[in-house]
Design a protein around this ligand. Sequence first.
Ligand code: AMP
Length: 405
Amino acid sequence: MSLRTIDSLGSLSGRKVIVRCDLNVPLKNGVITDDGRIRASLATINALVAAEARIIVISHLGRPDGAVEEKYTLGPVAERLGELLGKDVRFASDTVGDSATTTTAALRDGDVALLENLRFNPGETAKSDQQRQAFAEQLASLADAFVSDGFGVVHRKQASVFELAKLLPSAAGTLIADELAVLDRLTESPSKPYTVVLGGSKVSDKLGVIAHLLPRVDSLLIGGGMLFTFLAAQGLKVGASLLEEDQLDVVRGYLDEAKRLGVEIVLPTDIVVASKFGADAEHVVRPADSIEDTPFGSSGLGLDIGPDSAARFAEVIRKSSTVFWNGPMGVFELAPFAAGTRTVAAALTEIDGLSVVGGGDSAAAVRALGFHDHQFGHISTGGGASLEFLEGKSLPGLEILGWHA
Ligand code: AMP
């Protein structure tokens, strides 16, 4: 690993530095509900302020799909960023138009500006290389150097992540460097026993990482919506729970492979089954082999792991020296189905070793459940990026900064 760091850019005093952050925070009615990603970006921005650079922060928010959508404006983020930095943040109402040009031209040494949502411009995520290149050239014309610090997007070949890094002297910020140092520990020499906990809703997103991790881990705990594909792969009925039928054979392959390698795949033995998807649903706890044996029959939905399973998961976690966790154990957003996620999070805070929570959404989940960042060894800001890293995939936004898997 030979990631170019900010030092490699030389003196930044008086130079315009464009910084790609991941300020994609959750919002409800225009109000930021979790500012973790903004806080995670402060170290690099503060370092650039101290270096007397003229700082142009860029980010995406949500998926506006190449057109202006007011609900995805970075306006509220500019305000919060200013509060956290303790200084004025000038907000440009476009990314590469008149407002961006005038705002960035007026910057003095140590000043900070934030440009509007990158994804309001179709060039940011365009499939066409030329279109991305053209947008990156417009961004590059605003600055003298580029610092990439949006770990959550380094697995994406997007204009502000990949092409921009080729157009200016470029380096990684401290957030990316810190994230890589921890993830390297998980892949190179994890202290054993090493447990990986996977949850969330999309099995297909996480299968790649399972294939790569099986030979490396001691235990793999499966919760969340994805557990039902594992139960169904063993011939169990799962009612109307989430199920990815096209993944059943792949999952069967992993169960066999785990047996062969002596890796324990721990599946829940009890499930919280609900009458419908909603906080006011009726719900009962049932053994994993009797999910349809409730008054709701085949329309019952498994929305959380049951208390016995949560206790068993917690026991495996507490005995581990290294734990990586991605994805909630149940629909934690609804109070009756949050217990499994809460129990797993609590166990992670108790281990004597390295605990890593991967993913902005998992991080937001643990904060929403009342936990604090400092209770975990590391909270990664990138869910998809950290999974792809653990899968051993090459990440375009890192390779362009000199890093190689
Ligand atoms: P992901 O983005 O794949 O990490 O998925 C996160 C989402 O998974 C959260 O919004 C949870 O509400 C959802 N989730 C977790 N468990 C379940 C479940 N049993 N059924 C449906 N959704 C679930």
